[in-house]
Design a protein. Sequence first.
Length: 174
Amino acid sequence: MDATIWLESAVFRKIINIIVSSGQCAAWAGVCLMAFTVAHAETIAQQPTHIEVFISARHSIVEINAKGVSSKPQKPEITVYEIDGIHFVERDLSLNLPVNPQQSKQLVLQRIHNLDEQSRSKMQSAATALAKAMRYGIDRYPAIVFDGQVVVYSVTDLNVALAYYQERRAGAKP
C-alpha cells in the first residue's frame, strides 16, 4: 500500500490516536491498519491503468476528475482515437478526382506521396484507431476500453464510464 494514502486519511489517524490514548493493546491498531489497507487495496485494484476512448469527430469526452481516481497516486493513461478519422483522410485524397479510373489512381498515389507530416500522422492515427477497434471487437461508438478488457459503450463522460468499470470489477451490476 502506498504510505501517502493512509497518512492522508484523517479518519484513520483519529482511530489510531483513540486506540493508542485509551491504552488498548497494539493489536487493535494493527487490526485497524490491516482493515484500512485491505479496503484501499481493493479500491486501487479497481482503478484502470490505461483507458482507450473510441469516438467520432463530432463527440467530445469529459475528462476524469480527481475524485474518480483519488485513491490512486496518478491518473490512468488515456488514449483517444477518432474512429471516423479515416473517412476524412479518404475524403481529402479523393477530392476532385477525374472520372478515368487510371488517372484517379495515379492522382491518389501522387497525393499520398506528397502528404505533409500532419496528414501522414492523421492517416496513421486513423488506421491505428480502426485496427484497435477491430481487435477489441468494438462495433459502435463512442466506446471506452479499460485495460484492454472491459468496454463501456455510448458514454463520453469518463467519470461515468469509470464508475461502470469499478462496479464491474467489484462484481456489481452497472
